[in-house]
Design a protein around this ligand. Sequence first.
Ligand SMILES: *[C@@H]1O[C@H](CO)[C@@H](O)[C@H](O)[C@H]1NC(C)=O
Ligand SMILES: *[C@@H]1O[C@H](CO)[C@@H](O)[C@H](O)[C@H]1NC(C)=O
Ligand SMILES: *[C@@H]1O[C@H](CO)[C@@H](O)[C@H](O)[C@H]1NC(C)=O
Length: 501
Amino acid sequence: MKTLSQPTLLILSLSLLFLTLHFPPTQAKFAGLGIHRPNSPKQARQLAASAAHDDESGDFVTFYYNQTLDHFNYKPESYTTFRQRYIVNVKHWGGADTNAPILVYFGPEDRIDYAWTDIGFLTENAPHFKALLLYIEHRYYGESVPFGSWEKASRNATSLGYLNSAQAIADYAAIILHVKQTYSAKNSPVIVVGGSYGGMLASWFRLKYPHVAIGALASSAPILYFDGVAPGDGYYSVVTKDFKEDSKSCYETIRRSWVEIERVASKPDGLSLLGKKFKTCRPLRRTFDLKDYLDSMYAEAAQYNEPPEYPVSIVCRAIDGAPDGDVLGQILAGVVAYKGDSSCYDVYDSSPPTASDSAWKWQTCSELVFRIGHDSDTMFPPEPFNINSFTKNCESRFGILPQPHWVTTFYGGHDLKLALRRFASNIIFSNGMRDPYSSGGVLKDISDSIIALSTVNGSHSLDILTSRPSDPDWLIKQRKTELEIIGRWLSKYYTDLVQLK
Ligand SMILES: *[C@@H]1O[C@H](CO)[C@@H](O)[C@H](O)[C@H]1NC(C)=O
Ligand SMILES: *[C@@H]1O[C@H](CO)[C@@H](O)[C@H](O)[C@H]1NC(C)=O
Ligand SMILES: *[C@@H]1O[C@H](CO)[C@@H](O)[C@H](O)[C@H]1NC(C)=O
């Protein structure tokens, strides 16, 4: 897979899915679930990882599986198939004779071209576990699109209707069983791994397919962010907390800036003054657009607030370092520090939404209804999630109504501990508490084997990403603990295998 070693910005660009693109003017967007943020330092990681794992040897081999379009009924059209991409690496595998394990990465709402360089949890631990590595791309993303093309697959709600999490994990089950059969690995234990939405899928997979996977590592998986299980203001409360804890004065400046933006805008020619002040590439049409741009920047900095750079600190050092008394000048300094020095700033993101953006939009408009808004007591202007305008928008865009209660009906979520503690086992829910999505994560142990592993200063899905020499001790320790826990699951499995077979 020589071609895959060419670094591109593709995977990086999906980190945040800005819903404003499709929403009425006053509806706030929120950060998407992707495990990457678009710019450095993740980009640096990407390049380094790419070089480190440059696959000269061809150890990562791509296959395509004829996947069933619809797993859940037997109408003739359900039997239609599409090509679903998966990647296998057997280099370190101990083999079928020893029932050596299989580590499976669940592709999230993105193509998987770079999963094998990004997801260090698999590559770095393959020798330790003597594991076969398997990466599976999610249906409707990347190359794994039904109906022959994205244009056809995305034509309308009828063709998009097969895009949902239940179909996706059924795909994963089919491919895992197919790979086990191919390698005669019937008794090889499977551990599924995912980050963000992929982490949600990993934890749900363990609950629905215990006969296929013996355990799951669900990194930064906000499975409780549905149907009112976690409070709706969680996301922006954590963003606010991150900034406040980094610097009280920075937080105060941001908090004050929204009113200041409105004050300047209300002057004669105010929008043009504001546009000049913030060096916008195109004239500002309304204050909302600038506020939304800043909102996304703060959210992104918080979600991907990773060491050693800590983007929140980068923004706050600049805000605190600029001359006092000029609030907007301070905010601009934060923009310059975060986005880099530039002749202008693209408040109106000129790149069109990608296929993955649109596919994710369908998923959040149908099944995965994240109620994320600015409720109260955040550093943002109050703007609670509005289910009515959200619903109207999804209806006009896709002709369907969101089903906000389905996730908890199908997978659970309410009273999770009560439901799972005697029923389920072998799931790690890892979180970084600086990640705004941790507010929808499982943060307390449910049982001896359903374990919450949080780090105070961690960000989104950091633990499963490729390690770096600068990684702090707490991150190294989190990864090591995950390894030990999975090692225990495996030895118990092998004991059972001897006793029961
Ligand atoms: C998958 O489907 C294609 C087209 O129907 C067929 O040519 C191919 O042989 C199938 N592959 C497998 C592995 O069944
Ligand atoms: C979607 O498009 C197909 C093909 O054009 C058509 O047959 C079908 O009726 C459409 N469905 C809806 C809900 O518009
Ligand atoms: C988290 O970061 C803060 C400063 O940013 C530091 O004071 C604290 O010791 C860190 N906590 C841990 C557990 O590393």
